[in-house]
Design a protein around this ligand. Structure first.
Ligand code: F6R
Length: 256
């Protein structure tokens, strides 16, 4: 995993935005995997400001709460439209977000997997990380080979996400999420984490053993995974001096 540590969330976001912008310029019909939550909000703002051409871009979101209609204020559909889609020239038919109201969820999940395959697979997957190490909503002990399916949120995640809903009681228990196996098939994974609250999860993911107890640790097995961190999220990394040196001295010819 390439560890990119920047002083602030803004600077770390800037690195991530440049990577995505380069991809969209090189491949206008790229397939992006997208995340929601606090972490990518800055990223989406920066991508909007870059005025890229999204006409042919295809997107697949990681997850959605079960039971929330798309128009619900706290659905990830609403999040994506508010934070990105309505500000860029993306075609509606190219947007894919799990349907929290799907009647037959296993069938819906199998179709989502088929749609990703039919699009040629995900070129670049944006990821945040939960304080418990989840990616997507693959909570600790999720199968490292899992596919898109239902997951039950941990008490920690529901507590963390209560800030969006106003109270913990309103946070749904169940979600549809891309699986870890699905995420691992993306050609590139780009993990973003900001703030000291993420430092423990990041230290475990980057320098701990690969374990289903910290699902993000599977990224150690991915050939092209980058983590863009601010100083807070990187604060418990043992080898941060090394990561900083590597990034600051990266030769021009080194693509990954
Ligand atoms: C959201 C998602 C989650 C979040 C994670 C961090 O689509 O897949 O894994 O990335 O819960 O959330 P924030 O960024 O709100 O701290």
């Amino acid at each position: 995993m390439e560890i990119i540590i920047q002083p602030t969330a803004e600077a770390a976001t800037n690195v991530a935005a440049r990577l995505i912008a380069n991809l969209l310029r090189a491949k206008p019909d790229a397939v992006l995997g997208l995340a929601t939550g606090s972490t990518p909000q800055l990223l989406y703002r920066e991508l909007i400001a870059l005025k890229l051409d999204w006409r042919k871009v295809r997107t697949f979101n990681l997850d959605e709460y079960i039971g929330l209609p798309p128009e619900h204020a706290h659905s990830y559909h609403t999040f994506m439209w508010e934070n990105l889609f309505r500000h860029v020239n993306i075609a509606k038919q190219n947007i894919h977000i799990p349907d929290g109201l799907a009647k037959d969820i296993p069938q819906f999940c199998a179709k989502y997997e088929r749609q990703i395959r039919a699009a040629g697979g995900i070129d670049l997957q944006v990821l945040g990380i939960g304080t418990d190490g989840h990616i997507g909503f693959n909570e600790p002990t999720s199968s490292l080979a899992s596919r898109t399916r239902i997951k039950t949120l941990t008490a920690q995640t529901r507590k963390d996400n209560a800030r969006f809903f106003g109270s913990e009681a309103k946070v749904p228990h169940h979600v549809i999420t891309m699986g870890i196996g699905t995420i691992m098939e993306a050609r590139q994974n780009l993990l973003l984490a900001f703030g000291a609250g993420k430092a423990h999860a990041i230290a475990q993911a980057v320098e701990g053993p690969v374990t289903a107890l910290n699902p993000a640790s599977i990224l150690q097995m991915h050939p092209v995974a980058k983590a863009c961190l601010d100083a807070g999220a990187a604060s418990l990394l043992l080898r941060s001096d090394y990561y900083r040196w590597v990034y600051d001295n990266k030769p021009d010819w080194q693509q990954f």
